[in-house]
Every structure is written in structure tokens, then in C-alpha cells.
Design a protein around this ligand. Structure first.
Ligand SMILES: [Zn+2]
Length: 461
């Protein structure tokens, strides 16, 4: 019997036992990328963290009983700007399509390399415009939104408990907002649901003219379409609490007349690089693609599982300092782990308990490392190690070796075995070291049945 799953809920600022609305269909929504540029290491964090949650929920409730929706935002002013800059010779719609397709493909390659499962559904904003318009019409109809100067705005004062997630009183939110710019707004905190588009901007026909949606409404539309008006868990980075998630809640609750949008709100902490806030001008802006396939960071390419482990060695709610030192630490750790195949064995209960305690991946990785050491000497523990590593998504894969090479290695290993039998240890050691330099690890032992000396080998990671 595994431990009760406890999750920290930003909405109530405490850790509590997780109770799904429907254990046959546990529903999770995580805000996905806006596709206009390479995803950076800060974007990688929520994708990895919520992938661990997805894996844990699948373990607890069954693989087919979890629906994980992560959207792609493919309409945004940053995308327009990039399309005009990079594809000036194309018609605007084609240019936008070129930017979003290229970036979404890159994102998928990056997160696959980080060992992330595909979400159950990955809706795109532009495929859900109709649903957004329907929600906006509802909000206007029930007095929560109004039209002003070519925009449809959400009336924050119309919602008595607006601000519950971020715990900011409305007055505080308004401080610092330049009133002159927002003269058409009833309240300074009111936000855009729909805005008219010029000919140079993408647009869709709507009751308010040809326009495009605001960012927040996208997630309200996609989550309710795929997960229902109220669902279990909504996740994202800490920076999304206000205004994005606060406004998602306002839209969804006021449109559907519900008490909550999602029961549990989970947020991962900030990411720094080498002790500083990531910024392009500081030269410490690192993309996933750079880490995986260039020498830009630390003078070498980093394998996806090392990046992932480095991320999981800090609790998801803590800030993380992403550094070369940290990557080297993760690399040293994982190098000591045995390669194994995914098995049907049960994961180690200690690992499950750690993850069940608000995704304590720090404790889970510690236990996994100890288990790896044990499995290195006692092969019967390999299946449990493999199942536990798979739960964290950090299972070292057996390297595929082609048959010709395997045959050649077998022959050399057999030759060395003869030398050992002839007590020619110096030559046997020399062969072992030579193979080791080529990345092949030998392991000497005795056949349990016959007591004869045997040597096995594997390709080092
Ligand atoms: Zn969102």
C-alpha cells in the first residue's frame, strides 16, 4: 500500500491529500509554450516537473486513467513580430505558420530528449478560437465583460473574490498602472479577452469584428474543452500566478458559474543560470537545444537525462540555480547507475513515498542512487531500480551495439578469459584497460551453476 499523494496547493497555501474528482479520469492542465523561439532552460523546468507528476499519477491511477493537457500558444504578438522579421517574403498567415511549425517541432524534439512523455492532448490556441468566442459571449451576457474601443475586457470588479490565487487585493494590483494609457478600462486591472486586428495582424471573424484573443482566454477555452469546467490540477511556473492564472480563474469561474476552476494549483520555482537571472544581454541565456547539441555551456554537449536529473535534484518549488557544476554533479551520479530495461516490477516504496510527498524528487533521487549502488552488486534489484528510475524518467538505456562489434568484443573477452585461466594477469589487465578506454566495461564473476569463471561486458554511458 503506497502513501497518500500529497500536493502543495497554491490556492490554499498548504500541502494536502489529493482527491481526484474522478479516479478513472484524473485531469491535469499545464500551460505550454508560446512558439516563437527556442525553449530555454526555464521553459524546461515545468515540462520536466509536470512530467514527473504525470508519471506518478499514471502509476497511482493507471496509465489510461490520467488526462494531461498541455497547450501550444500559436497566436501571440511576439509570434507576429518574429514572422514579419524572419519571413518577410511570405504572406502573413504563411509566415506565422512557418514560425509556429518550426518552433513547435523544435520544442517537441527538445522535450523528448529530456525524457518527457507526450501529453494526452496538446491543443493549439488557433484550433480553439470558436470556444474562446463562446466563453467571451457568455461573459458579456452575464455582466463580467464589456466592449470598449475595439477590445473586449474582463470587468475585474464584477467578480467579488477576484485575486484569490495571488492573494493580491484589487487596489494593490492597480497601483502603478498608468491610468492614462488605460482610460477606456472601467478598472485599471481589467484585462483583454479580445482585441481587433489590423491588416498586419492575424485575425478571426467575431461578433466584435475581425480580431484575435488575449492570452489568458486561450487556456480557459482549451482546459474546459478537454478537461471540463472543473478539473483536478492546474500547473505552471511561479511567474504565471499573476496575472495569467488569476485571470484564467476569473474567466472560467465567471463563465461557468463554478466555485473553482481547478482544485489544485501547482507552481514550480524560478530558474537562474550560474547565479543570475537569465537574460540575453547578460550572455547567460541558455536554450535546451544549445545544451543538448552545442558546446556553448561548459564546453560540451549534455545528454538529456543529465539535464533532467540536474533539474530533479532540487525540489520543484525551490528556486534552482542551473550551473555547470550542477550538471557535472548529475553526470557523475548517473554514470554510476546500471543500464536496465523498463520492467513490470514495482518501483521502490521509498521512491514512491518521496514522490507522494509533494513530488520530493530530491529524496527520490537519493534513494534511487542508493538503489543503483545496491543493484550494481545484486542484479536481482535491477528490475526495481529500473521501475523506480522510470518513474522519475531517468532510466539509463542499454546502449545498442551492432552485431559485428558485439562479435568482436566477445572474441576479445574470450581471449582474455583464456589468459586469466593461464594466470597471465598483466596481459588480461592490459586488455581490460584497452576495452575500458574504448568505453566497454568488463565484469568478472563466477557462473552460479558451474562455478566457472565468466566475464560479462557492457557499453559504458
Ligand atoms: Zn495558461
Amino acid at each position: 500500500m503506497s502513501a497518500t499523494l500529497k500536493l502543495y496547493n497554491t490556492l490554499i497555501r498548504e500541502k494536502s491529500a489529493f482527491q481526484p474528482i474522478d479516479a478513472d479520469n484524473v485531469r491535469v492542465y499545464v500551460c505550454g509554450p508560446t512558439v516563437y523561439d527556442f525553449a530555454h532552460i526555464g521553459n524546461a523546468r515545468p515540462v520536466i516537473v509536470f512530467d514527473v507528476l504525470f508519471r506518478l499519477l499514471r502509476h497511482v491511477y493507471g496509465d489510461t486513467h490520467v488526462t494531461y493537457a498541455r497547450n501550444i500558444t500559436d497566436v501571440d504578438d511576439k509570434i507576429n513580430a518574429r514572422a514579419l522579421r524572419d519571413f518577410p517574403h511570405l504572406a502573413l498567415n504563411d509566415a506565422i505558420h512557418a514560425v509556429t511549425e518550426k518552433t513547435a517541432k523544435q520544442f517537441h524534439e527538445d522535450v523528448a530528449a529530456l525524457g518527457c512523455l507526450e501529453p494526452t492532448v496538446e491543443p493549439r490556441a488557433t484550433d480553439n478560437i470558436e470556444q474562446m468566442i463562446a466563453i467571451i459571449e457568455k461573459l458579456i451576457g452575464n455582466g463580467h465583460a464589456y466592449v470598449a474601443e475595439g477590445e473586449v475586457l474582463f470587468d475585474t470588479k464584477s467578480m467579488s473574490d477576484y485575486g484569490q490565487l495571488s492573494k493580491r487585493p484589487l487596489d494593490e494590483q492597480q497601483a502603478g498602472i498608468r491610468i492614462t494609457v488605460d482610460a477606456h478600462k472601467k478598472n485599471p486591472g481589467d484585462f483583454v479577452l479580445w482585441k481587433l486586428s489590423s491588416d498586419n495582424e492575424p485575425g478571426w471573424e467575431s461578433p466584435w469584428g475581425r480580431g484575435r484573443p488575449g492570452w489568458h482566454i486561450e487556456c480557459s477555452a482549451m482546459s474546459s474543452r478537454y478537461l471540463g469546467e472543473v478539473f483536478d490540477i492546474h500547473g505552471g511556473g511561479l511567474d504565471l500566478i499573476f496575472p495569467h492564472h488569476e485571470n484564467e480563474i476569473a474567466q472560467s469561474r465567471c463563465a461557468h458559474g463554478t466555485e473553482v476552476m481547478a482544485n489544485v494549483w501547482m507552481h514550480n520555482g524560478f530558474v537562474q543560470v550560474e547565479g543570475r537571472k537569465m537574460s540575453k544581454s547578460d550572455g547567460n541565456f541558455v536554450t535546451i537545444h544549445q545544451l543538448l547539441s552545442t558546446d556553448d555551456f561548459g564546453g560540451k554537449q549534455w545528454p538529456g537525462d543529465v539535464l533532467r536529473l540536474a533539474m530533479l535534484m532540487t525540489h520543484y518549488r525551490e528556486p534552482i540555480d542551473f550551473s555547470i557544476k550542477r550538471l557535472e554533479e548529475a553526470e557523475r551520479l548517473i554514470a554510476k547507475w546500471p543500464a536496465a530495461d523498463v520492467s513490470n516490477a514495482d518501483p521502490c516504496p521509498v521512491v514512491i513515498d518521496a514522490l507522494s510527498d509533494d513530488l520530493n524528487t530530491v529524496a527520490a533521487v537519493q534513494r534511487l542512487h542508493a538503489l543503483a549502488q545496491e543493484a550494481n552488486v545484486d542484479a536481482t534489484l535491477l528490475p526495481m531500480f529500473a521501475a523506480s528510475a522510470a518513474l522519475l524518467g531517468v532510466l539509463p538505456k542499454k546502449t545498442e551495439v551492432d552485431e559485428a562489434l558485439a562479435g568482436a568484443v566477445d572474441a576479445v573477452v574470450a581471449m582474455r578469459l583464456e589468459m586469466l585461466k593461464a594466470k597471465n594477469f598483466a596481459e588480461a589487465d592490459r586488455i581490460r584497460d584497452e576495452l575500458s578506454a574504448k568505453g566497454i566495461q568488463l565484469k568478472d564473476g563466477k557462473d552460479a551453476a558451474t562455478g566457472e569463471r565468466v566475464t560479462t561486458w557492457e557499453v559504458k554511458r
